[in-house]
Ligand binder design. Sequence first.
Ligand SMILES: [Zn+2]
Length: 498
Amino acid sequence: MTKTVLLAGLFHETHTFLSQTTGIGAFRETALHIGPDIIGRNLGNGSPTDGFLEYARLKRWELVPSIQMAAMPGGVVEDVAPALFRRHLFASIEASGDQLDGIFLVLHGAMVSQTCDDVEGVLLGELHDLLETRGLRIPVVAVLDLHANVSQAMIDFTSCVCAYRENPHNDARRAAMRAAGLLDALMDDPHVAQVHLATRYVLPPTGTGSADNPMKAVLAAARAIEAADPDILCINVMAGYAYADIADCGFSLNCSTRGDPQTAVRYLEQLRQVLEQHIAEGYPDEAVLADVLAKVDALPPGKGPVLLVEPADNIGGGTPGDATDVLGPLLATGRRNIVAVINDPKAVAICVAAGLGSDVALSIGGKTDRHHGAPVAFAGSVQHLSDGRFELENPKSHLASMLGTHAEMGPCAVVVNPQATVLLTSRKMPPMDLGQLHSQGIRPEDADYVIVKAAVSHRDAYGPIARASFNVDSAGLGTSNLKRLPYKNLAGKIVSRR
Ligand SMILES: [Zn+2]
């Protein structure tokens, strides 16, 4: 018999130290779709929602598309956003609840609103209550980002959660298909238990790459347990998201099982031990720019640019994309053939007013807040102007997990002088796909230095073209040195190696 599944999505990674809030407008910029629009806007776009739709098509499920909301990582979410999601989701259930066989949710899992530290956990609890009240005993399955800060409520009020396993997240679509497969199994046999184990560790994003320990070792151990015990449906290794000053911040583990929950708890204890064996590697060292440049100068000759990775302004982690603490000092050294991207709508507007081919004297970046450096003087000629739209070159890239395969940076300008080529954007865009630069006529392959505002998510795109890569310790709220952040709510958690 055909199964009927409700689909909804709520996606945000909330950086609670940023001063600017994330309002409905930020969701409209990325995704705010209601009803059948969710299907039309996601089919074929490489996103987790697309993965679910593919699975649903194969299984000929009837879909009840409710609401999908997603915004780029940023500051605390205004309460109106989760309220809008809740209203539509609950109205969909009121309207079609009796026909539903299951509920599938595309979540990130790290949303904080003005009045709620655990938006997903609270919403899932309310959803659970609504289903109970209506006598609907149907499974609720959610796909999560690997950086979710998972709460006990998120586990208590879902049947099963299923997270990405790779960072960069090139498996987001596959993870959603796996989650849909679990929903399928649970619609046939709802018997399942989930267990959750929070840890004391809060890792900076630079310590959460799945090719590196501790993630690599813990993920491998989790896969080995899944392979050995047929009762286990799914083990999730949650790296957590460090920039949320909330009790549930940090690395956690969870497991769904058809068998004995106590056995699952023991598995998670084993995985915690693996984490602790490798925990020092979760806090990688970073050098300041002068020390990095000394290392660059000692490199043997080679092809391709040196990446100067700037995790302190990791756009994919929510920061404004206008930090100047690497670009400014690098320009001051007199070095040449630099490529950089700065989010600065005001500077773009000046370039647009001046026109293509004009000379402009700009003051770029450092405008969002006082945490990301001061504006930097940059004079050059306007070499390219565009509407900032591009298609991803890698449809499985980390960016597709957040946006799908079409990206919009708003009006853009490329300004060039003998030292540097700077792409100025009107809307911050994480550097996760080379289409961002190629679409603007910039070839990072031919640069000597590329400043990359990321922690890990850039690696699939920029790793293959680079001669070498160094993380630079600089100013910004994406700092890997978590001791610099004014946490108040972590209650004894560990944020550094020392
Ligand atoms: Zn993530």
